[in-house]
Design a protein around this ligand. Sequence first.
Ligand code: NAI
Length: 307
Amino acid sequence: NGSEVVTTTMGFEDRVVVVTGAGAGLGRSHALDFARRGAKVVVNDLGGGVHGGGQGSEAADAVVAQINAAGGEAVANYDSVERGEAIIRTALDNYDRVDVVVNNAGILRDSIFAKMTDEDWDLIYRVHVLGAYKVIKAAWPVMMEQGYGRIINTASAAGIYGNFGQANYAFAKRGLIGFTNTLAIEGARKGILANVIAPVAGSRLTESILPREVVEALKPEFVTPLVIKLCSEQSAQTGGVFEVGAGWISRLRWERSRGAFFDPGKDLTAEAIEQAWSTIDDFSNSEHPATVQDTFAPVFGNLGIKI
Ligand code: NAI
């Protein structure tokens, strides 16, 4: 509830933390914990509806008031994440730095693909992808200059696996994974770490699809500690994708079959692929590629070219 003082090894004194969509659900939980740990927090929330549309200042103001009442430091921002530069400006104007960005703001426009409108597609793209991009684009030069940064992007199991009725949302959430992995690579030399969480939590986004007692049991507070850990000063973890909810935390990685190699000096036919299918699809001796070099190695290796 934001009131107790935590003695902690993961403190955020003098750190400036931006949490988008922090007026409710997961974002509120993150903002409260960062503030409790001494961070100066920018509580961003557009205050609109679950499906987009509308806006208001109450959601962000209430969280700032809760933080202030507990003796913490926070400032509200009511911009849509589509105006990420304004959110980062709030951080810089008030606190002069940006150490942590948690892209969390989100809405849903679920629809079977046959009935999905261009608006459903665009709005989900704009909030989840363009929004995350805009906030990070504005924070990035500041983090590079500081030689320090922590970024969390919020994906979803739907983005990892696909999900019925969520083609737009799955596209957006998966997009964040490739985006974050690239930030992890480009930020590495400047002390910037970037990771993805795919949470499950009770919130207004899930209250329409889950029974009430399940929504209440799936506390956002089970997700926030992972965000805190990944954003802590001592963390070295970057480029990770984590599934997290209800006290379960797991890291994901790719699995790849060894694959079939065909003679590059001969024509390749669909029939030859058909014959080798059991090898292509054989995961008994699989590997775990993690970089594009892991793709180039067998490709160029098959040509006898060393890279
Ligand atoms: P929520 O609806 O409780 O909180 C989202 C907040 O984002 C709201 O306060 C809303 O006003 C704000 N917001 C929406 N559009 C915005 C915009 N354009 N600019 C600024 N703020 C905006 O939802 P919840 O569940 O806490 O979701 C947080 C994130 O977690 C979302 O990105 C969601 O997609 C993701 N997520 C949640 C899951 C869950 O089980 N709750 C599952 C997988 C992903």
